[in-house]
Design a binder for this molecule. Structure first.
Ligand code: HEC
Length: 102
């Protein structure tokens, strides 16, 4: 038998990486689905993207109730969306400018 524990730990690391990237993909999918329901080209609201604002500006925008209409998005979903937006905001390492196409 050749060091089975090595394989086991590699499997765990891959599992963790897969879980982390799934969470990020979920945030993006949710942003696209929920925010994009209104915010899209030809939709009832203008196209928006995470890189439109700095992370803290996004968080404050919703925390202070600045959004003009009720989004109807559940709190848990909103948290995931804000996590996604913040990690791809204007001041992030990977600003996202085109999740919702112009
Ligand atoms: C039910 C429809 C709807 C949903 C869902 C929605 N919005 Fe909006 N949003 C609007 C409307 C209507 C406006 C005002 C018109 C406009 O700015 O185009 C607006 C305005 C905004 C603005 C200001 C735009 C500007 O240019 O100043 C931002 C930022 C924004 N929304 C972000 C979001 C984010 C992020 C989400 C998802 C978490 C979201 N909205 C979900 C309808 C919606």
């Amino acid at each position: 038998m050749k060091r089975p524990y090595r394989r086991l730990s590699a499997g765990i690391v891959l599992g963790i990486l897969a879980a982390a990237s799934t969470a990020a993909a979920d945030g993006q999918a949710m942003f696209l689905e929920k925010c994009g329901a209104c915010h899209k080209s030809g939709g009832k609201a203008s196209v928006i993207n995470p890189a439109d604002k700095a992370g803290q500006v996004w968080v404050n925008y919703f925390a202070r109730g600045r959004h003009p209409v009720d989004t109807g998005i559940a709190e848990a979903d909103m948290k995931q969306i804000l996590d996604f937006i913040s990690s791809h905001a204007a001041d992030s390492d990977q600003p996202a400018t085109a999740v919702i196409p112009k």
